[in-house]
Design a protein around this ligand. Structure first.
Ligand code: CP3
Length: 345
């Protein structure tokens, strides 16, 4: 018997007795243990305290019974060594007080970051690897260049990304200079996380779905591909682009091991579009976890019946766990997936 994590075998498209399962945003405000920690420390302080990050994630993994621990961190702290003034306001989410709006702003974004300023992320990876059992994979992560640029330009969360799209269309040269710097910073972060012991990496492109396929091909994909190419052959990478299934044919050209699929497309259809060479991860609508346990089992069953036997299928939600989710519902979901046997003999 091997204790190599199931997730790693699935990422290589090898046979597994059942699909591995974990949940995006599996540690967070829906858990009382997490809320108790947050009463004592701010979110950014928590991200900068590796021992506490490892504890928060290890407790969530243990409670849920999932097969992987994603490090407890966030996609935005990398903006700090890039010269952005980041904060998280209760209720409002992230804010960047000095957003990137014009040519003059480029001067304060360094071409390469001092990785010493994100060493706490690398320590979180190492500490999480030491804390969780070895049959659980440890996943490092970062935001994709487009998604990070959207926060840097908008100054926080956004619905329409009007400033971001206007910058990219009206000053493509400035856009590409900003994106180049983001690619380099994210590459440094992910290589550091791999060196610190991450078994796999996930790149979150949470907002690239706001683009049309043409715009995605022009303004986002080349930068993501440069990032993925620098990681290829080192650690398997899951690329999760949310919000727009029309982008799937584009993402299926990227050098990732696995593509994350949101809930807006039937998973069998997504698998058909991306073809057999990628592992796929997803795609349960996170709001299903707000329904009763019977519904949760039925919806999970629908996905498992469709693709549970496909080589490289990784069960997950189609986006992060919502803060209103009852913890027992998430536990029930994981239990249902773990009961699914690939070979029914
Ligand atoms: O999966 C996990 O449990 C690991 C931790 C994790 C967090 N953020 C913790 C967090 C991960 C993987 C992320 C990634 C992240 N952060 C993304 C990509 C995934 C996605 O949801 O699309 C994005 C877009 C962010 C940016 C971000 N961070 C926002 C918009 C917010 C505020 C709104 C929200 O959902 O809470 C955060 C804060 C944040 N990141 C919290 C947590 C637990 C809540 C902070 C708090 O305790 O108040």
């Amino acid at each position: 018997m091997t204790d190599e994590p199931l997730l790693l075998r699935a990422l290589r498209l090898e046979p597994v007795p059942r699909p591995p399962v974990w949940l995006m945003r599996q540690a967070g405000r829906y858990m009382a243990e997490y809320r108790a920690v947050r009463e004592r420390v701010s979110f950014l302080e928590l991200c900068r305290t590796p021992g506490l990050c490892a504890r928060v994630m290890a407790d969530a993994v243990d409670r849920l019974g999932v097969d992987a621990a994603i490090i407890f961190s966030d996609i935005l702290p990398i903006l700090v060594p890039l010269g952005f003034d980041l904060d998280y306001l209760p209720g409002d989410g992230p804010v960047i007080r000095n957003p990137f709006r014009a040519k003059e702003d480029l001067a304060r974004v360094p071409e390469t970051i001092d990785t010493g300023r994100i060493s706490y992320i690398f320590e979180t990876v190492a500490e999480t690897r030491r804390t969780v059992p070895k049959e659980k994979a440890v996943i490092g992560f970062a935001g994709a260049p487009f998604t990070l640029a959207s926060y840097a330009v908008e100054g926080g969360s956004s619905r329409l990304f009007a400033r971001t799209k206007t910058l990219m269309r009206t000053d493509p040269e400035l856009w590409s200079r900003l994106m180049d710097r983001l690619v380099d910073a994210v590459t440094q972060s992910l290589l550091g996380q791999a060196a610190a012991g991450a078994d796999a990496l996930q790149v979150f492109d949470s907002w690239a779905g706001a683009l049309t396929p043409d715009e995605y091909r022009k303004f986002a994909a080349p930068y993501t591909e440069r990032l993925l190419a620098r990681l290829a052959g080192k650690v398997p990478v899951i690329y999760f682009c949310a919000g727009n299934p029309a982008l799937l044919p584009e993402t299926a050209r990227l050098s990732a091991a696995c593509l994350g699929i949101d809930w807006r497309i039937p998973i069998s259809e997504a698998c058909r579009i991306v073809g057999p060479k990628f592992a796929v991860q997803g795609n349960l609508d996170p709001t299903v976890l707000l329904a009763d346990k019977q519904t949760i089992r039925a919806e999970a069953g629908r996905i498992l019946d469709a693709v549970g036997r496909r080589p490289g299928f990784i069960f997950n939600l189609g986006h992060g766990v919502l803060k209103e989710t009852p913890v027992e519902h998430a536990v029930e979901l994981v239990r249902a997936v773990r009961e699914f046997a690939v070979s029914s003999s």
